[in-house]
Design a protein around this ligand. Structure first.
Ligand code: GLN
Length: 564
C-alpha cells in the first residue's frame, strides 16, 4: 500500500488510523527520554501532524500526587485536575497538545480499574491475569486517548529490565502485532558513555539494553543514543550491527546547551524523516523556525542577565521546580535577557539573622509552591525583605499564602498570624482549610486541582499583566485565604486583585504601593511555553530588569559569588 498524504487537519485524515511511536529507555534513568518523546511530538507537529502524548508509569501509586518531590520531582497538573508525571509538562511545553488525566496512567491505576471490574463481575467468572486482563486494560486506554490524532507518542517510564514495566512492554509488543509495523514504531533511548580511562565511547550498555528489549519481543527500529560528544559513523555502524537497527536510524543526541535545541538537533540527525518513512506518512518538511528563533535568543551572548532568588526548600532538587524553572527561562526570552536562577534554601535563610546577606544582591525574589512547615519562616523573611526594599516579588501558591501571612503580621500587626498548615492553633489563622477540605481523610487526588476561572480587579496590576479581565489557571492546594481577614488586609493596603467568579476565594493579591508585588494561589508555571511565555513570568522578569537598573549597585564580590 502506498503512503497517505497527511499534514493538514482535514476530516478525511481523521478517519486515518492513528500511528504510534513507542518510546522506551535503557541503561540508566534520567537519560532524557521525556525530552526525546516531547521532541518527537514537536517534530511531528512541525510537519503539520496532529499529535498526542501518553506516559505510562510502572509504579504502583495510583498517581504521583502522594509522592514526595524527593522521589518524583514535580507533580504536573493538567487542566482537568490530574496530578501527573513531570514529563507531561515537557509534552505540553513542546507541543500544542492539551493533555488530560487519560494521558498519564500508572500500574496502580490499571490494577485499580481491573480489580474494580473484577469486583463488579465484569470478567464473567474468568481468572483475572496480567495477560490478557492487565495488558488489555493498558491497550484499551492507549487506543482510547489517541483517537482522532495522527501520531500518538507513548513513553514507557522506567528502564527496560525493570520488573514493574513488564506488563506495559508486553502491551506494546501486542499492539505492534495487532496494528502492524507500518502503524507503530519503537524508539529506544539509550546511553553511550564516554569511559575516560579507555578514552572511548562504549556501546556495550546499548547492546545489552536492546537485547533485553528483544527478549521481550520488541525490536527497536530507531535508537536515540545520548552522548556527550560526537558519535562517529563507525560507532553508529557498530551499534546498528549489534542491534539490527539501520545505521541511519542510530540517532546521536549530543548534550545540548538548552533543551529547546533538541528538536532541531534530532531533525538534523534525521529522526523525523526516519519516523515518517517507517510509519508511511507523507508529510511536508518540518517548519522549525519558531524553535530556531527561540534557541537563537537563548544563546545570544550579547544579552544582559538578571538574577533571581528562588526561595524554597528543594534547593538541591531541580526536578521539583521543573515547570517553574522553564517558565522563568521563558520570561527571560520574552525580555531578551538571561535569567540566572539562584536557589536559596529557606531553612538557611530562617537561621540567618541578616536577610540582606543572603538576598541583597538579587534583582527579584520568587517564593514558589510547597507543602508543610519546614522553612516557612525563611520564606516569610524573604517576602518581608522584598516588600520593604521594593524588590520585585512573585509568590506562587504557598508563596502567596506566606505573603498574606507576612502582611498580616508586619503591616496589620496581627502577631501570631499563620497558616493552619504550619500552626493548627494559630491565633490569627490567615490561611485555613477550605470548607470543602475539612474532614477529608484521603490524601490522594483530594486537593483543589485543575483549572478554575478567576476574575481580575479592574485597574489592577494583575489585569494589566494579563491584558484580560477573566482568566483560567491551574490549582493544586488545600488551604486558602481566610475570608474573615479580607477587610483588615484590604484596609491596610493589600489588594485582592483576583477572585473566584463567586467572589468567595482569593486567587491573587498585590501591593499597589510597591513596584511589583504579586501573589497567586494557582500555578501559572503549568501553562508557560517557550514560544508563548506566560505573562506573569514575562512581567516579573521585566520588573527584575527594571529594578536592576535603579537599584543600589551590588558589590562585585557578591555578584560573583552569586554567579558561582
Ligand atoms: N500547602 C499549601 C496548600 O495546600 C500550598 C500548596 C502549593 O503551594 N501547591 O494550600
Amino acid at each position: 500500500m502506498g503512503g497517505v498524504a497527511w499534514g493538514t487537519s482535514t476530516t478525511s485524515m481523521l478517519s486515518q488510523r492513528t500511528k504510534y511511536v513507542f518510546v522506551t529507555g535503557g541503561v540508566v534513568s534520567s537519560i532524557g527520554k521525556g525530552l526525546a518523546a516531547a521532541s518527537i511530538g514537536a517534530l511531528m507537529e512541525a510537519r503539520g501532524l496532529r499529535v498526542t502524548h501518553i506516559k505510562l508509569d510502572p509504579y504502583i501509586n495510583v498517581d504521583p500526587g502522594t509522592m514526595s518531590p524527593y522521589q518524583h520531582g514535580e507533580v504536573y497538573v493538567t487542566d482537568d485536575g490530574a496530578e501527573t508525571d513531570l514529563d507531561l509538562g515537557h509534552y505540553e511545553r513542546f507541543t500544542s497538545a492539551r493533555l488530560t488525566r487519560a494521558n498519564n496512567f500508572t500500574t496502580g491505576r490499571i490494577y485499580d480499574a481491573v480489580i474494580s471490574k473484577e469486583r463488579r463481575g465484569e470478567y464473567l467468572g474468568a481468572t483475572v491475569q496480567v495477560i490478557p486482563h492487565i495488558t488489555d486494560e493498558i491497550k484499551a486506554r492507549v487506543r482510547e486517548v489517541s483517537a482522532g490524532v495522527d501520531v500518538a507518542i507513548v513513553e514507557i517510564g522506567g528502564t527496560v529490565g525493570d520488573i514493574e514495566s513488564l506488563p506495559f512492554l508486553e502491551a506494546v509488543r501486542q499492539m505492534r502485532i495487532e496494528l502492524g509495523h507500518q502503524n507503530t514504531v519503537s524508539v529506544h533511548v539509550t546511553l553511550v558513555p564516554w569511559i575516560a580511562a579507555a578514552g572511548e565511547l562504549k556501546t556495550k550498555p546499548t547492546q545489552h539494553s536492546v537485547k533485553e528489549l528483544l527478549g521481550l519481543g520488541i525490536q527497536p527500529e530507531i535508537l536515540i543514543c545520548r552522548v556527550d560528544r560526537e558519535l562517529s559513523l563507525d560507532l553508529k555502524r557498530k551499534i546498528g550491527h549489534f542491534t539490527n537497527v539501520g545505521m541511519d536510524a542510530v540517532i546521536a543526541a549530543k548534550d545540548v546547551s538548552c533543551i529547546y535545541e533538541l528538536p532541531i538537533w534530532l531533525h538534523k540527525e534525521g529522526l523525523d524523516q526516519q519516523l515518517v518513512e517507517r510509519l508511511n506518512i507523507w508529510s511536508r518538511q518540518p517548519d522549525l523556525s519558531p524553535w530556531k528563533r527561540t534557541v537563537e535568543k537563548m544563546l545570544d551572548p550579547t544579552k544582559e542577565a538578571v538574577s533571581i532568588a528562588l526561595v524554597g526548600k528543594y534547593v538541591h532538587l531541580r526536578d521539583a521546580y521543573k515547570s517553574l524553572h522553564e517558565s522563568i527561562v521563558h520570561g527571560g526570552l520574552a525580555n531578551d535577557v538571561n535569567v540566572i536562577v539562584h536557589y536559596v534554601d529557606s531553612e538557611e535563610l530562617q537561621r540567618e539573622p541578616d536577610t540582606a546577606k543572603l538576598l541583597g544582591s538579587y534583582d527579584a525574589i520568587l517564593v514558589p509552591g510547597g507543602f508543610g512547615d519546614r522553612g516557612l519562616e525563611g520564606k516569610i523573611k524573604a517576602i518581608r525583605y522584598a516588600r520593604e526594599h521594593n524588590v520585585p516579588f512573585f509568590g506562587i501558591c504557598l508563596g502567596m499564602q506566606m505573603a498574606v501571612v507576612e502582611f498580616a503580621r508586619h503591616v496589620c500587626h496581627l502577631e501570631g498570624a499563620n497558616t493552619v498548615e504550619a500552626d493548627p492553633q494559630a491565633k490569627y489563622p490567615l490561611i485555613h482549610l477550605m470548607p470543602g477540605q475539612r474532614g477529608i481523610q484521603d490524601k490522594g487526588a483530594t486537593m483543589r486541582l485543575g483549572a478554575y476561572p478567576c476574575d481580575l480587579a479592574e485597574g489592577s496590576l494583575a489585569a494589566r499583566v494579563y491584558g484580560a479581565a477573566a482568566i483560567s489557571e491551574r490549582h493544586r492546594h488545600r488551604f486558602e485565604v481566610n475570608n474573615e481577614y479580607r477587610d483588615v488586609l484590604e484596609r491596610s493596603g493589600l489588594k485582592l486583585s483576583g477572585l473566584s467568579p463567586d467572589q468567595l476565594l482569593v486567587e491573587m493579591i498585590e501591593l499597589p504601593n510597591h513596584p511589583y508585588f504579586i501573589g497567586c494561589q494557582f500555578h501559572p508555571e503549568f501553562k508557560s511555553k517557550p514560544h508563548a511565555p506566560h505573562p506573569l513570568f514575562t512581567h516579573f522578569i521585566r520588573a527584575a530588569h527594571e529594578f536592576q537598573r535603579i537599584r543600589p549597585p551590588v558589590k562585585e564580590e557578591a555578584r560573583r559569588a552569586e554567579l558561582n
